[in-house]
Ligand binder design. Structure first.
Ligand code: AMO
Length: 489
């Protein structure tokens, strides 16, 4: 008996799970492969004896002399390839044995059932698994050594090294799971809004005037005209509703020249926005909570394998498991006034009219640890486009607004509100914020020809992903984050 053959599985390093294959899509053959690795593992019993062409990243190679075992990985799974003298050329065999990890390869071979591993008496036999016995082996691109970060081991790596080498970091199973979940969150959010009659729009990202107030803008030259990168789709999403589009949503980049350097701020982030006619703040809070409920329920129904991959990694780092607890509806609503009182009652020095800081949110989160809305902020603290509350003032006689936030624990996820649709009040609001209405006529003119009352919100996608995946920093949930220190890769 060949000792290398017997030991082939035992020689594998402690590895993360392979990527999870989506089984509800059609994997058509491509120019480079006939089957994905996940397909072979999934449909192996039907494929035994068939010739396949597969591709992947080389994770590990073992064996010398006349044989070589190789683990390869693609976006759908992991598979063992068996190369043997006589089946492949001596040169191919040597190339396989000497190949560096993460190099890309193409293999033509026959699908075979893998020899079942030895199990202790009384232990259940694992389901059959499959390998490919190579007839031809081709290196597509060699990987340099050493790798700047390990792909298959569970060694902890600093965030900066990970982000500098994101192209490799993304090959790690739990990182792949994170971005798969990100894609699912957007998919479920989108499908939910469409089910409520919303249409997807794209607003310009090069703009002439501030949407969220005059500061925090990245200036740029638009040919000979000064312009800015868009802070949010706010004014444009409102214009579409004034144009009769009724219900719109946008998932797009927002740019803020904020000098924050925290775990939850970026200078470019993806904002998930809605705007809807004939709705007030309460109505769009309803849309928000139903959408989040749908996202969480869909993840719980369809994507727990990705959560398990993240948990496997967390376990290796000594972190607690994350769970997907579908939030019940409605989310609690704690008005700004109540929130201030809760914080005061906890002994904090806070006045009506002050901002609710993260440390204050911690106090509120003790009672409301999950998603909760904070509606009815003072008008003065909200942007010019927010509608005031008629006939009801705050504790110190200040005007209340129809603006709200959605928080999860200590973190703000969303801001939103009903919008001012009376153009005279809107222009007053602009002036009271030190902005010149003359710079906003492209927007205010939209209110001069009949304006439906309307409302909307903007949700920070990276922050929502932090909640879902237990990430401690928004940078983990963004492919190539942009912050004060980072503009590449
Ligand atoms: P706001 O400025 O509160 O509201 O932004 C909405 C949501 O976007 C996220 N967010 C950020 N995420 C990461 N880094 C940042 N620097 C950052 N800034 C904001 C937050 C926040 O709750 N036009 C309004 C929305 C509306 O009323 O429709 C707006 O942009 O999760």
């Amino acid at each position: 008996m060949n000792p290398v053959f017997c030991d082939s599985d035992a020689l594998m390093l402690k590895e993360c799970s392979p990527p999870v294959m989506q089984t509800d899509v059609t994997w058509h053959p491509t120019a480079f492969r006939s089957h994905t690795l996940g397909q072979i593992q999934h449909d192996g019993s039907e494929l035994v004896g068939s010739e396949v062409t597969i591709c992947g990243f080389m994770e590990a190679n073992r064996g010398k002399g006349k044989i070589c075992f190789m683990d390869i990985r693609d976006g759908t799974g992991r598979l063992q390839v068996f190369l043997k003298e006589g089946n492949v050329s001596d040169e191919e065999l040597q190339n396989a044995q000497n190949l560096s990890r993460e190099s890309t390869v193409q293999v033509i071979g026959e699908v075979a059932e893998k020899r079942p591993p030895k199990v202790a008496e009384g232990e259940p036999t694992p389901p059959p698994s499959y390998e490919v016995v190579a007839k031809s082996f081709n290196i597509l691109a060699k990987a340099n050594t050493p790798l700047p970060l390990g792909v298959t081991d569970t060694v902890s790596i600093g965030l900066d090294t990970r982000l500098d080498n994101r192209f490799l970091d993304l090959r790690r199973a739990h990182v792949d799971a994170m971005f798969t979940l990100r894609s699912r969150v957007l998919q479920y959010g989108r499908e939910y809004l469409i089910s409520e009659g919303f249409k997807e729009i794209n607003s310009p990202k090069i703009i002439a005037s501030a949407s969220e107030g005059g500061t925090n803008l990245f200036p740029m030259m638009y040919f000979d005209t000064p312009a800015f990168l868009s802070q949010s789709p706010q004014l444009y999403k409102q214009l579409t509703v004034l144009g009769g589009m009724e219900r719109v949503f946008e998932i797009g980049p927002a740019f803020r020249a904020e000098k924050h350097d925290t775990y939850r701020h970026l200078n470019e982030f993806i904002s998930f926005d809605i705007e809807a006619a004939w709705m007030n703040d309460d109505d769009v809070m309803g849309v928000q909570e139903r959408m989040i409920h749908h996202i969480w329920q869909s993840i719980a129904d369809n994507d727990m394998d990705h959560i398990a991959t993240i948990n496997e990694y967390r376990e290796s780092q000594g972190d607690d498991h994350i769970t997907v607890d579908v939030p019940s509806l409605p989310f609690p609503r704690i008005s700004y006034c109540e929130a201030i009182k809760m914080v005061q009652d906890a002994g904090e020095n806070i006045e009506w009219g002050d901002d609710i800081e993260s440390s204050h949110c911690d106090i509120i989160a003790e009672k409301y640890p999950g998603f909760h809305f904070i509606p009815r902020w003072p008008m003065e603290m909200k942007p010019f486009y927010i509608h005031h509350v008629k006939g009801e003032n705050g504790a110190t006689g200040q005007q209340l607004s129809r603006g709200f936030d959605l928080n999860y624990g200590r973190d703000e996820m969303t801001s939103g509100g009903q919008r001012e649709h009376n153009v005279e009040i809107l222009e007053d609001n602009l002036r009271s914020k030190g902005l010149d209405p003359a710079g906003f006529t492209f927007y205010t003119d939209g209110f001069r020809y009949g304006a439906p009352p309307h409302a909307g919100w903007g949700l920070g996608v990276a922050r929502l992903l932090m909640v879902l995946t237990g990430a401690r920093n928004v940078r983990e949930t963004v492919l190539f984050p942009r912050d004060r220190q980072r503009v590449t890769p």
